[in-house]
Design a protein around this ligand. Structure first.
Ligand code: FES
Length: 158
């Protein structure tokens, strides 16, 4: 399969993935991502317990790239520790900023690695990073909290 075919197929699959686009029960953290270029808006919700992301999901509206990227992010980071997730989030954002990162490290980004070439389409860069910037805010705040970390009071469901 050619790269562009694989790319389109994976983007489509993630767009249809309802496992990652849903309200999150007992979320401890929520952050909005807003793309001022188009007005689209995503909300990233995480449930962090004992320094680990127990669950991660997103909701909101946006183009196919923004939704697929958010879904790739949720698949990659669910179950990771806050520190691991922060490192991977910064690696993804660094890749999009064209930082020099070894290929092997980029491959650890899973499906999100397929978005590498989005850096060549400036109008789409903000779409690709929308959810990741929102999660980055959550993770930075969480990582800055001293151990032992008390569990944040969950947001009311619904
Ligand atoms: Fe709005 Fe991509 S066009 S997020």
């Amino acid at each position: 399969m050619e790269f562009h075919e694989l790319y389109s197929e994976v983007i489509l699959e993630h767009n249809q993935n309802k496992e990652n686009k849903r309200p999150l029960a007992q979320a401890t953290h929520q952050e909005h991502g807003h793309n001022p270029s188009c007005g689209d808006d995503l909300t990233v919700s995480a449930r962090v317990v004992d320094g680990r992301i127990e669950d991660l999901a997103y909701e909101g509206v946006g183009c196919a790239i923004s939704q697929a990227s958010a879904s790739m992010m949720a698949d990659l980071l669910r179950g990771k520790s806050v520190e691991e997730a922060l490192a991977l989030t910064e690696r993804f954002l660094g890749m999009i900023r064209r930082e020099e990162i070894p290929e092997q490290k980029l491959e650890e980004l899973g499906d999100a690695y397929l978005l590498k070439n989005i850096q060549n389409i400036p109008a789409r860069v903000k779409c690709a990073v929308l959810a990741w910037h929102a999660l980055h805010e959550i993770l930075e705040k969480e990582a800055a909290r001293p151990y032992p970390r008390a569990i944040e009071k969950p947001f009311p469901d619904g």
